[in-house]
Design a protein around this ligand. Structure first.
Ligand code: ZN
Length: 441
């Protein structure tokens, strides 16, 4: 008798997102250890696997990849909306962040991991403070992530002086080096909050360890004005002239780009993350994503933090990505559903440099996938599965979630996170947030 595999999912409509966009009807998928061992079609014996999940005809696809967020900001969800950026930062976000500690970040990160798994995200890329706590939370939750400590010119509530920030980042890189789920990046906040010296040192550290250099770039008009005033250049030109615009760069937002900026991004091999809901909510503008894609630039999708979104649901973000560019171009044919779903799966994996491991359902790749509930009224009938994912499905249609071969959610029950406990602790933290905001006013 053949050896049993660890896990099989049967009776699924598999969207592989492989280079041929293969769709497998009545498909099954077998997992051994952390990897996809076999993909096929037709019936399979239950006795082949230690555990079998019946997808009941539901869609199975690669787990979604949230390419830019600040996960612990789940604890700021709805704290202050509809305000000008500076007022929002000065009166709400900074007073709270000044008081924050490791436990605060840990609870926010766990809450975010719960929310992401429940809405089909299996990998996220994070920038925040006390990032070791985010890495630990992700690792406990069984989520894949690329994370890094935010660096800027002013003292940090976590590490204090900048010098310690570099040390902290380096120790994160060393500490998580061999972890199968967690990778570390060097993450200077932006070109207007980081001096050229800081940016150069950050880039040196990133290339020393061969890790990505992640930065907010050309997000707002305000940033453009500040950088123009200080350096007489656009943010992209500034980074390029410092010699730091390379294929190690992951640039978040890229809303305000000149044609020359786009040339430079294209020539450098830098990767871009689009955050449409955050850009809309903060009235930052519309990133030229169809143009970037037409140039062959890798573009992923991110939710940004919960203070500017206000959730981590990548299904909503895909829907918004498609519709924002259609209305902006006054052309319903731009950003079709398949293009958008690619950005949230294999395209996002390319942005994070993880496309050899994840982003598509292919034999030998890591087993990171989700299965959607086939029996919801709003998903019936189904003529085009890509259209369903982008325009009809919601995060809570995700029924099962597997990351690195491990079932982290089954029948919408989280198996790695004590969600009631996390929610109770998040409410306690929210009481602290209220107090800190009051004290500062
Ligand atoms: Zn951001």
């Amino acid at each position: 008798m053949e050896k049993k595999v660890d896990l099989c999912v049967k009776n699924a409509l598999i969207l592989t997102m492989d280079p041929n966009d293969t769709i497998i009807e009545n498909g099954y998928l077998c997992v051994e250890g952390d990897s996809i061992l076999e993909i096929g079609t037709g019936d399979m014996e239950e006795s082949m696997a230690h555990k079998t999940i019946d997808a009941q005809g539901g869609l199975l696809l690669p787990g979604l990849i949230n390419c830019h967020t600040h996960v612990p900001m789940t604890l700021f969800r709805g704290l202050a909306d509809d305000l000008p950026l500076m007022e929002w930062l000065t009166n709400y976000i900074f007073p709270v962040e000044r008081n924050m500690d490791e436990d605060f970040v840990r609870v926010g990160a766990l809450l975010g991991c719960a929310e992401m798994i429940l809405s089909g995200t299996t990998t996220f890329c994070d920038m925040y403070l006390f990032e070791n706590e985010v890495a630990k939370a992700a690792s406990e939750a069984g989520m894949r992530c690329l994370v890094g400590e935010v660096l800027y010119d002013f003292p940090s509530p976590n590490y204090g002086e900048l010098e310690n920030g570099f040390r902290y980042t380096e120790s994160l890189i060393q500490q998580w080096k061999a972890n199968p789920l967690v990778s570390i990046a060097v993450e200077p906040h932006s070109v207007f909050t980081c001096s050229p010296t800081l940016l150069e040192r950050a880039a040196d550290l990133a290339s020393q360890y061969g890790v990505p250099f992640i930065i907010h770039l050309a997000e707002t008009r305000d940033e453009l004005d500040q950088v123009r005033e200080r350096y007489g250049k656009t943010p992209v030109e500034h980074l390029k002239d410092l010699g730091l615009l390379t294929d190690e760069v992951i640039a978040d937002h890229c809303v305000h780009l000149s044609p020359r900026d786009m040339d430079f991004l294209q020539e450098s091999g830098a990767r871009v993350v689009h955050n449409p809901q955050s850009n809309m909510k903060l009235a930052s503008g519309i990133a030229p994503v169809p143009d970037l894609l037409a140039r062959g630039i890798a573009v992923g999708i991110g939710t940004d933090g919960c203070a500017s979104n206000n959730n981590l649901d990548m299904f909503e973000e895909m829907d918004t990505t498609a519709k924002l560019h259609k209305v902006s171009k006054m052309d319903p044919t731009v950003m079709d559903a398949l293009t958008v779903l690619k950005m949230a799966t294999i395209g996002g994996a390319k942005v994070l440099g993880l496309d050899k491991l994840i982003g598509s359902i292919e034999v030998g790749k890591k087993a990171d996938f989700i299965v959607l509930d086939p029996n919801c009224p709003h998903l019936v009938p189904m003529y085009n599965p890509y259209s369903h994912i982008v325009y009809a499905a919601r995060g809570d249609d995700v029924h099962h979630c597997v990351i690195n071969g491990k079932v982290v959610m089954e029948d919408r029950t989280l198996l790695t996170i004590e969600v009631e406990e996390v929610i109770a602790r998040a409410k306690q933290k929210a009481a602290l947030v209220r107090k800190w905001v009051q004290q500062s006013q």
